[in-house]
Each structure stands twice: as C-alpha cells, then as structure tokens.
Design a protein around this ligand. Structure first.
Ligand code: HEM
Length: 169
C-alpha cells in the first residue's frame, strides 16, 4: 500500500480476472464471486474516486470525527480499540483511499480486503459490527464532503460498503 491517503486515478479497465487461479482458496473465490455481483460500475467507481478526493483536505478531521461518532452511537465497539485511535484514524483513511484506487482491479482489491477481514475477526470484530461502521462512514463522508455528496455518490458508497462487507465480514 502506498504511504499516502491521496489515491491515484483508477485505470480504465479491470485486468483479466484471476478468480479461478490457485491464488484464491475456494472460500476466497466464493467471497469474491459474491462481491462481484454488487461491484460498482465504472461510472460509480469514478464517482467514488472523485468524491473521496474531495474529502482529502479534511481527511484528518473526518477520520477523528468518524471514531468519535462511532463510539458515541455504538459504545459496544469501543473496547475493541486501543485507548488512542490516532494511528487507526490514518490507517482507516489510507485503506479507504487504497480501496477506491483499486476498484478496477477486483482480484487484488478482494485479496487484500479478505485478508483484512480475517485480521478483523482475530481482533474480535463480528459481522454485526459492520452495519454501524458503514452507517457512520457514510454519515462522515456526507458531513465532510464539500461540495456535498450527490445522491448518486451516496448510493455508490453504499454499494461499495456492501462489497466490503461481503469480502470482510
Ligand atoms: C470496511 C470496513 C473496514 C475497513 C476498511 C477497516 C480498516 C481497518 C484497517 C486498515 C485497520 C488497521 C489494520 C492493521 O493495522 O493491520 C483496522 C483495524 C481495526 N479495525 Fe477496522 N476496518 C473496517 C471495519 C471494521 C469494523 C466493522 C470493526 C468493528 C468495530 C473494526 C475494528 C477494527 C479494530 C478493533 C482494529 C484494530 C485497532 C488497533 O488495535 O489498533 N473495523 N481496520
């Protein structure tokens, strides 16, 4: 992963899928096939990229606000995290930037997210935690995007989060 929260413009076409190659275990293959059904279209990928770039100037405050709102509205997840979430704020934003940048490369994106989901399970994250995190993520994007997110952008973020849940939870 690049050491920057600024994503590069995604390439136009996804490379040939390696879905059936031995790089994927049967479980990973099933997760990716499931996720591909809800994958954002090329137009939605562009909306996601451009709307995330708009958030960049405020990414630090947005990330801090994300965890503050998450813990205020869903205190049950607080004990999973260390006392200070400063480091986590940056990691989370960098991960979202990386995801937005790699949407046109589903195999690589899926492999990374499936592994991230495995690490989350080891940390005690349950499938039921993904709903609250997704809700607060979209709220945060809405609150900090300037100009505001369009309806199509909000829908694209919902779709992307659905893909992440299928890969990670
Ligand atoms: C699409 C959703 C999510 C993304 C993109 C994401 C991203 C990340 C990233 C990049 C890390 C750092 C991993 C590392 O250091 O190796 C992380 C850590 C973590 N995430 Fe998530 N996460 C997501 C959902 C969740 C959910 C639903 C929970 C549950 C409440 C959660 C709880 C945690 C915890 C507890 C850590 C470890 C914090 C620490 O010990 O420093 N994440 N997440």
């Amino acid at each position: 992963m690049e050491n920057s929260v600024i994503p590069n413009q995604p390439s136009e076409l996804p490379p040939e899928s390696r879905l059936m190659s031995s790089e994927f275990t049967p479980e990973e293959r099933a997760r990716l096939a499931d996720a591909q059904e809800g994958w954002p279209t090329q137009q939605e990928c562009e909306l996601l990229f451009l709307s995330f770039v708009r958030l960049m100037p405020k990414s630090d405050v947005a990330a801090a606000s994300f965890y503050e709102s998450l813990f205020a509205k869903h205190p049950e997840v607080r004990p999973l995290f260390p006392t200070s979430t400063r480091e986590q704020e940056e990691k989370f934003m960098m991960m979202i930037a990386w995801i937005v940048e790699h949407l046109r490369n589903p195999d690589e994106m899926a492999k990374t997210c499936i592994e991230l989901g495995e690490r989350h399970r080891a940390l005690g994250t349950k499938p039921a935690h993904y709903g609250p995190v997704g809700e607060i993520l979209v709220e945060t994007l809405k609150a900090y995007s300037d100009p505001p997110l369009s309806d199509a952008e909000i829908a694209a973020w919902g779709k992307l989060y659905g893909v992440l849940v299928r890969l990670m939870a």
